[in-house]
Design a protein around this ligand. Structure first.
Ligand SMILES: Nc1nc2c(c(=O)[nH]1)N[C@H]1C(S)=C(S)[C@@H](COP(=O)(O)OP(=O)(O)OC[C@H]3O[C@@H](n4cnc5c(=O)[nH]c(N)nc54)[C@H](O)[C@@H]3O)O[C@H]1N2
Ligand SMILES: Nc1nc2c(c(=O)[nH]1)N[C@H]1C(S)=C(S)[C@@H](COP(=O)(O)OP(=O)(O)OC[C@H]3O[C@@H](n4cnc5c(=O)[nH]c(N)nc54)[C@H](O)[C@@H]3O)O[C@H]1N2
Ligand SMILES: [Mo]
Length: 708
């Protein structure tokens, strides 16, 4: 033991949206301890980039007994999880032979790329490595849709003409009122200091309200009022709030006249002039379960407290007709003149702007022969192929950074689909629910074992330098190096002729790093902005010279481009559309939501003992619903939907509205011999398929619950 401890800054940027700072304390080549940002603030430094419980537990992830150390090859039945160790050369050779063989017999699109988002804050080591390889190989079947937020994306494009709709978090300090609408930043991060800024705003006197089917940790700790609502009904509540603003003349006529299009049509729908049904708070009470008085009160408060930020999470738009929630929220933001002003919010949060663009993404390339299917049809496309109307017949699946078999709806179908394959390759750190089905699993490094640079989801005035703290674990390699070696075996030239250092310099070429040594040593670079970034400020300050990027140049409350789509279930003005009458309504009498909880980042981290200690996986059920079913707290229960079932303990609580249950997403499935998941995986019950606006509607799943 030398006893020398080196402190190395490492970034933590998983798909929680955060880009945090970890300090690895390295002794004799081993990380003995992990701390986080403890730098003292100076003039422009702002809050520290402190990591959450997951980042700070990373030592258990790096050195986990189940961490994959060597390449392995399947020896048992596909999916049975039996593997043996092989050498890198043998594995790469076999993979290349098989890929060439499949391409020759079936064409390149017989390979489906099911990579996803684990490392999407990384500029360098990203699923883009595989994209680049397969594009150079001659094509692939890709998966399209964002899964996270298609409803918000659809609404943002048609309402504002862009997905750069988010203000930066510091701007919340300018708000007099914050409505966390289906947004739970205390657990789900959404950029490193989101909950810190809500807490600070509240401390300075900002009123904070939460609208959510659950009394989340955010609602409990950050809000002074929780408004419980039935899931998938939010558009009705927002529309009734619009009714109140119209009938009490509390909306901003001048703002709407100058900046928006089609409010008159929306008003006709809201007042009932269009269909004879006035969308009153009473009307919405029936639908949402929120008392009419409470709806009216929130409407008046939102319209008269200026500026106010209606900050929407993605939970409410991950439902059938979820785009109507986002369209209605944007409309309310416009009615109250809160778009493009400091302390306001455009009602849809997707991307922020300037800092993110300082770091370029690794170029994945493009191939004109690629075909694609919707993400939540990936398994169906494998099973049915061209005969089922999909663009290709799939023989092989390749996954780099993603746990698609677990994270998309209907894991039973995933199991069936993967068992039909000829071949499957996965780059992973762990034997995940997806990796279990592979022929070859290639072990990859974590960010502690390589160099990278991260930015957060929305804005923050900084970028993070992530530095290699230890040698690669076991025989692990970097994704980009594996792809480069495979490219050699495939006879692809010029996949990568750029060194790591050169890549990092290229990717951060716009970032204005004057002293790279200092950047690496501190682990971050912060920027000073003259004023906080507010989406659409330019439009509001000077609409003549800076029109919105919509066809009309205005905020489109009425959207001709939506009308032109001619989708019968997607109206050109925001409306509440009731769910399809469920044929099985009497059996599946509860609505399931699937929150993004603090114990995992999607499917990562829940295998760490420290995280399991924090929170056990359980289904939240209201005490009234539990009593009717004879369920007591802690009882094992079986949750069943039209596509499958899962068993897990019940958490009987007042913290969820009656008629709704919650299973945190991300826990990995394990099926018993009847095909019933025994681990509490939400996607054992959430369906595959999507809405006509490409939404993966996890949160409008109908289920029933019984004691097994
Ligand atoms: N710790 C942690 N952080 C994460 C992630 C994670 O897995 N773990 N995942 C990251 C990713 S990939 C994403 S896309 C984001 C997701 O971020 P979100 O989609 O915002 O997160 P959710 O927890 O799914 O939903 C937010 C809240 O919406 C509520 N909700 C669900 N349905 C409805 C509804 O119909 N109406 C209303 N009003 N509320 C509803 C839920 O109870 C929840 O409290 O989080 C990111 N951050
Ligand atoms: N029921 C339900 N399901 C959901 C959601 C929901 O709300 N409800 N939310 C959905 C959302 S918003 C999202 S974004 C998806 C996320 O779905 P995925 O992106 O598939 O989920 P992750 O768990 O982030 O998968 C990341 C995997 O990559 C691995 N990994 C991490 N770093 C690296 C690396 O450097 N290289 C390689 N090769 N692998 C790495 C991790 O070990 C992990 O297994 O889940 C979706 N699933
Ligand atoms: Mo996501």
């Amino acid at each position: 033991m030398s006893g020398d401890v080196k402190k190395v800054p490492v970034g933590c940027g998983h798909n929680c949206g955060g880009a945090c700072l970890l300090i690895a304390h390295v002794e004799d080549g081993v990380i003995k301890r992990i701390t986080t940002d403890e730098s003292l603030p100076d003039s422009i430094e702002g809050p520290q980039l402190r990591a959450c419980l997951k980042g700070r537990s990373y030592r258990q992830r790096i050195y986990h007994p189940d961490r994959l150390k060597f390449p392995v090859k399947r020896i048992g039945e596909r999916g049975a999880g039996q593997f043996e160790r092989v050498g890198w050369d043998e594995a790469l050779d076999a993979i290349a032979q098989k890929m060439l063989d499949i391409k020759e017999k079936h064409g390149p699109t017989a390979i489906m790329n099911i990579s996803h988002s684990a490392t999407n804050c990384h500029a360098y080591y990203n699923a883009a490595c595989l994209n680049r390889l397969l594009n150079m190989f001659g094509g692939q079947t890709t998966l399209e849709s964002y899964v996270s937020n298609d409803g918000a994306v659809f609404a943002a494009f048609h309402t504002y003409g862009t997905v750069f709709t988010a203000n930066e978090r510091e701007d919340l300090l300018n708000s007099k009122m914050i409505i966390m609408w289906g947004w739970n930043p205390a657990d789900s991060i959404w950029s490193t200091n989101s909950s810190y800024h809500v807490a600070l705003a509240r401390e300075r006197g900002t009123r904070v309200v939460a609208v959510d089917p659950r009394l989340t940790n955010s609602a409990a700790v950050l809000a002074s009022r929780w408004i419980p609502i039935r899931p998938a009904t939010d558009a009705a509540m927002l529309i009734a709030m619009a009714y109140v603003l119209i009938s009490e003349n509390l909306y901003d006529h001048a703002f709407l006249d100058k900046y928006s299009l089609g409010f008159d049509k929306f008003r006709d729908y809201v007042t009932g002039a269009e269909d004879g049904v006035p969308k009153t708070p009473r009307w919405a009470e029936e639908i949402t379960g929120v008392p009419a008085g409470r709806i009216a009160e929130l409407a008046v408060e939102y319209a008269t407290t200026k500026p106010a930020a209606l900050v929407a999470g993605y939970g409410p738009c991950r439902v059938e007709h979820g785009e109507q929630f986002s369209r209605a929220a944007a409309t309310l933001a416009a009615m109250t003149g809160n778009v493009g002003v400091a302390g306001g919010d455009a009602g849809i949060q997707i991307f922020g702007y300037p800092i993110m663009t300082k770091v370029m993404q690794f170029p994945g390339g493009y191939c004109p022969d690629n075909v694609s299917v919707h993400f939540n049809n990936w398994a169906d496309a494998i099973i049915k192929g061209r005969a089922g109307g999909y663009p290709s017949d799939i023989k092989m699946v390749y996954s780099v950074a993603g746990n698609t078999a677990n994270q998309l709806g209907n894991v039973r179908k995933a199991d069936r689909a993967l068992k039909t394959l000829d071949f499957m390759v996965v780059h992973e750190q762990f034997m995940t629910a997806t990796a279990r089905y592979a022929d070859y699993i290639l072990p990859v490094t974590t960010q502690f074992e390589r160099n990278d640079v991260f930015t957060p989801w929305l804005l923050g005035h900084y970028i993070v330098s992530s530095n290699q703290a230890i040698k690669p674990y076991g025989e692990c390699r970097n994704d980009i190096d594996i792809c480069a070696q495979l490219a050699n075996h495939l006879g692809i030239e010029k996949y990568n002729e750029t060194s790591e250092q050169e890549w990092l310099e290229y990717l951060t070429g716009n970032a204005g790093i004057s002293d790279r040594d200092k950047f690496k040593e501190r682990g971050f670079l912060k920027y000073e902005l003259e004023r906080s970034h507010v989406a659409f400020r330019d439009q509001i300050e000077d609409i003549e010279n800076n029109p919105f990027a919509t066809p009309s140049g205005k905020i489109e409350i009425f959207s001709q481009s939506i009308a032109d789509l001619q989708k019968p279930d997607v109206p050109p003005i925001p409306k509440y559309i009731p769910p399809k009458p469920a044929t099985e309504a009497s059996e599946f009498d509860l609505c399931l939501v699937t929150g993004h909880g603090k114990k995992s980042s999607n499917s990562m981290f829940y295998n760490l003992p420290w995280l399991r200690d924090v929170e056990a996986q359980a289904v939240w059920i209201n005490s009234g619903d539990a009593e009717k079913r004879g369920i007591s707290n802690g009882d094992m229960v079986k949750v069943t939907s039209a596509v499958g079932a899962t068993t897990l303990p019940a958490l009987v609580t007042e913290r969820i509205v009656p008629g709704t249950v919650n299973i945190d997403q991300g826990i990995e499935f394990e099926m018993d011999s009847d095909g019933v998941d025994v681990k509490g995986c939400s996607n054992a019950v959430c369906p595959d398929g999507h809405t006509s606006t490409a939404i993966t509607p996890y949160n409008s799943t109908r289920v029933c619950i019984k004691k097994p």
